[in-house]
Ligand binder design. Structure first.
Ligand code: PRX
Length: 615
C-alpha cells in the first residue's frame, strides 16, 4: 500500500484485488446514515491480506511471531503468510462443513493465541461476520452479545493465561451459550490439561478435531464492498452496549492506509501492537491493517509485568521490534516500576512508538520518549475510536511534527471541526470545542446492529451535517489538535472504554442501592477511575458495599469495570426534571470549587453532604 497522500480514495482502493470493480467512491452521507463506499465493487478481504501478499512473493515471510504467556526463550513459534493461509483455509472448510454461510455471525471469545487469528480470518474468507468479545467480559456480558448478534458458532479456548492466573474461558463460554436456539456449535482450543465438560444441546468440539482432515485450500467467498465484516460491541451513554458494524471495502482501505501512513512502516520492520484482539485496536492494527500491508508482527499472550516488569522490553529485544504500539496506562504503570527494567534491555531496534486509547500525560510521554525511545524514536499519539475504524488524527513520522500530548494533525482526507453547544464552529484557536468530523471517510462504522436509529441519534443528529465523536478538543495556533477527553458519560479506565450508565445499571439492579450515579475521575495510573455514589437503605459500611458492588460488576460486565470507590450519600444532585447532575458529582469529587451553572439544581444542600462523605 502506497503511503502517498490520500487525495483520492479510489486510487488507494485500486491497489487491492477486487473481484468486481467498484463504480463510485462515496455515496450517501451522515444525514440518513446511508454511507456507502466503493459501490458495486466486490472483494474478499482475506484474499487481499493473504493470497495477494503471497502472490507478491511474501509467502515465506513471517506474518507473526507468537509469544505465549509463559516465558520461554527457546520457543520461537512463528507463522509465515503461507502457513497462515493454510490454517485459515482449514478453518474455513470446517466452518462450511458446519453449515456456516455468508452473513452468519461467529463469536470469537479467545485469548491471544494463533487460533484466534485463523478463526477470525476464516470468517472473512467465507463471508461470515465475526464478533470478537474480549476475554475479560463476564458470562452475562458475553451472552447478551451472543443474543444480540444471533451468533451461530462460538470459538473459545479452554484456558486464558494471564501472568500467574488462569481463567476458565471454556466454562464461561459454555454458561453464556446455554439454550440459545441460534447457537449450534462451540469450538475450543484445547490449551490446558483440564477436562472439558460436555455441553448438552451444543455441538462441542476441540479446535484440533474441528479442522482435522480439512482441505488446505479454500476459495474466497466474494462479498459486496458494504457487506459486514465484523460487529464490535462498545460502550455508550446508555446501559446497553452498541454493536458497531464495520463493512468490508471501506474498512480494508482505511485500516491498510492508516497503518502504512501513521507508522511509516517499511518492509523489513517488525510491528507489535499490545492491544487484545477484543478491542478495535487489535482489529485494525493487528488483524487487518498490518497484514494487509504484508507486515511481520508480534502476537503477545502475556501481561506487561509477568514474570518480571521487563516483559515488554524483553519481547522487543527478542523479536527486534521496530514499531511498538501501546496505551498510556501501560506506559504509566511500567514507568512506576523504575527505569532499570528498561535500561537492561536492548531496545535499539525501535524506530516508532505509538500511543492510543486515552490522552497521554506529559510525564508518561517524556518517559516513553527519553527512556524507552532514548530520544531517537518518533512518538505517534494516535486519536481514533471504535467507530472510526482507524486513526483519524496523528503526527506522521518524518512528515509532520510531533508535540508532546497532542494528537496534532488530521490524516489527509479527514476534516475535523470544533463546535460549541449551539453547533457554531469554534474558529478561535486555543478554545475548547466539541470534536466533530465533517465528511464521511471509508472506515466509519455504518450502523449499530439492530438499531440504526440509535446510530443516527448518537452520532449524526447531535450536530446535523457532522459525525459527533463525544470528545472535547482544542486546536493550537499551528492547527494541531489536543484531545481533552470524553464529554459524554463514557469513561476510559486503563484504556478500556466503559459507559457509566452500564455500570449504574448493574449497581441499581444489585438490590444494594436505592439509586446510584457513577462518574469518571482522574487517576494517576489508569487515566480515569470509576467513582460510585449510592443512596442506600442497608447499614453496611461503604467498604462492604464497595466489595458487593464490585462482585456484581464482575459478574455482569467484567472485572475491568470495577469501581475504585463507593461513596454512601443521602441524596444525589438532580435537576428539576429529576436528572442526576453527574457533572456536579465529578466537580465535587475532584475538589473543583467552580461548579458552573447550578440554576437547574433542585437540591443544592446535597452538595455539602456529599463533600462531607468524600473528604
Ligand atoms: O476519548 C477518546 C479516547 O478513546 C476513545 C475511543 O475509545 P475506543 O472506542 O475504545 O477506542 C480506543 C482505541 C482507538 C476516544 O473517544 N482516545 C483514543 N485515542 C486517544 C484518545 N484520547 C486522547 N488521545 C488519544 N490518542
Amino acid at each position: 500500500m502506497n503511503s502517498h497522500q490520500a487525495s483520492n480514495w479510489s486510487d488507494l482502493a485500486k491497489e487491492f484485488t477486487w473481484k468486481t470493480d467498484f463504480k463510485s467512491e462515496l455515496s450517501g452521507g451522515f444525514e440518513k446514515g446511508d454511507i456507502t463506499w466503493f459501490k458495486e465493487g466486490s472483494l474478499n478481504i482475506c484474499e487481499n491480506l493473504l493470497d495477494r501478499n503471497i502472490e507478491a512473493g511474501l509467502g515465506e515471510k513471517t506474518a507473526f511471531f507468537w509469544e505465549p504467556n509463559e516465558l520461554n526463550n527457546s520457543l520461537k513459534k512463528s507463522f509465515s503468510y503461507n502457513e497462515v493461509l493454510t490454517e485459515v483455509s482449514k478453518f474455513s472448510n470446517a466452518l462450511k462443513e458446519s453449515g456456516i454461510k455468508k452473513g452468519d455471525v461467529i463469536a470469537i471469545y479467545m485469548p491471544m493465541v494463533p487460533e484466534a487469528v485463523f478463526a477470525s480470518l476464516a470468517c472473512s474468507r467465507i463471508g461470515a461476520v465475526h464478533t470478537i468479545v474480549f476475554g475479560g467480559f463476564s458470562k452475562e456480558a458475553l451472552r447478551s452479545r451472543l443474543i444480540d448478534s444471533k451468533t451461530k458458532l462460538i470459538v473459545t479456548a479452554k484456558t486464558c493465561y494471564r501472568g500467574n492466573k488462569t481463567i476458565d474461558l471454556l466454562g464461561v463460554a459454555q454458561e453464556a451459550s446455554k439454550d440459545l436456539d441460534h447457537l449450534s456449535h462451540l469450538v475450543f482450543v484445547d490449551n490446558s490439561d483440564t477436562s472439558a465438560n460436555e455441553q448438552s444441546g451444543l455441538n462441542q468440539i476441540s479446535y484440533t478435531d474441528f479442522v482435522k482432515g480439512m482441505p488446505t485450500t479454500f476459495e474466497p467467498v466474494y462479498v459486496e464492498a458494504e457487506h459486514p465484516l465484523f460487529i464490535l460491541y462498545t460502550s455508550g451513554s446508555t446501559g446497553k452496549p452498541k454493536g458497531l458494524v464495520h463493512t468490508t471495502g471501506g474498512y480494508m482501505v482505511w485500516s491498510a492506509f492508516t497503518f502504512k501512513e501513521v507508522f511509516q512502516f517499511q518492509d523489513d520492520d517488525v510491528f507489535w501492537c499490545t492491544a487484545d484482539i477484543g478491542w478495535i485496536t487489535g482489529h485494525s492494527y493487528f488483524l487487518y491493517g498490518p497484514f494487509l500491508n504484508g507486515a511481520t508482527q508480534v502476537m503477545f499472550e502475556g501481561v506487561p509485568t509477568y514474570p518480571n516488569p521487563d516483559r515488554f522490553w524483553k519481547v522487543i529485544e527478542k523479536y527486534k521490534v521496530s514499531h511498538f504500539y501501546t496505551a498510556p496506562t501501560a506506559i504509566r504503570s511500567l514507568q512506576c516500576l523504575g527505569d532499570d527494567w528498561v535500561l537492561n534491555s536492548d531496545l535499539s531496534s525501535l524506530k516508532v512508538l505509538g500511543s492510543v486509547g486515552e490522552p497521554i500525560n506529559l510525564e508518561a510521554w517524556q518517559w516513553y520518549n527519553d527512556i524507552v525511545g532514548k530520544k531517537e524514536c518518533e512518538i505517534v499519539d494516535t486519536w481514533w475510536q471504535t467507530e472510526t475504524g482507524g486513526v483519524m488524527i496523528s503526527n506522521i513520522p518524518g512528515k509532520t511534527q510531533a508535540k508532546p500530548c497532542l494528537a496534532t494533525k488530521p490524516l489527509s482526507g479527514i476534516n475535523p471541526a470544533l463546535l460549541d453547544q449551539n453547533a457554531n464552529v469554534v474558529h478561535d484557536n486555543n478554545q475548547e470545542g466539541i470534536l466533530c468530523i465533517s465528511k464521511p471517510w471509508p472506515g466509519i462504522a455504518r450502523t449499530i446492529l439492530n438499531d440504526h436509529n440509535r446510530y443516527l441519534e448518537t452520532y449524526m443528529k447531535p450536530f446535523p451535517g457532522y459525525y459527533y465523536t463525544g470528545d472535547g478538543a482544542k486546536r493550537d495556533d499551528d492547527g494541531d489538535y489536543r484531545i481533552i477527553g470524553r464529554i459524554d458519560d463514557v469513561v476510559n479506565v486503563s484504556g478500556h472504554r466503559i459507559g457509566t450508565a452500564e455500570v449504574e445499571d448493574v449497581i441499581n439492579k444489585s438490590g444494594l442501592v436505592i439509586e446510584s450515579a457513577v462518574v469518571g475521575i482522574p487517576d494517576e495510573t489508569t487515566g480515569q477511575a470509576l467513582l460510585a455514589f449510592g443512596i442506600v437503605s442497608s447499614t453496611d459500611s461503604s467498604e462492604v458495599l464497595e466489595n458487593k458492588v464490585n462482585e456484581a460488576i464482575k459478574e455482569k460486565i467484567g472485572s475491568f469495570s470495577k469501581v475504585k470507590k463507593f461513596v454512601i450519600v443521602k441524596d444525589l444532585p438532580k435537576t428539576r426534571s429529576g436528572k442526576i447532575m453527574r457533572r456536579l458529582l465529578r466537580k465535587v469529587a475532584t475538589k473543583d470549587e467552580n461548579l458552573g451553572d447550578t440554576s437547574t439544581l433542585l437540591n443544592p444542600d446535597c452538595i455539602l453532604e456529599i463533600k462531607k462523605s468524600l473528604y
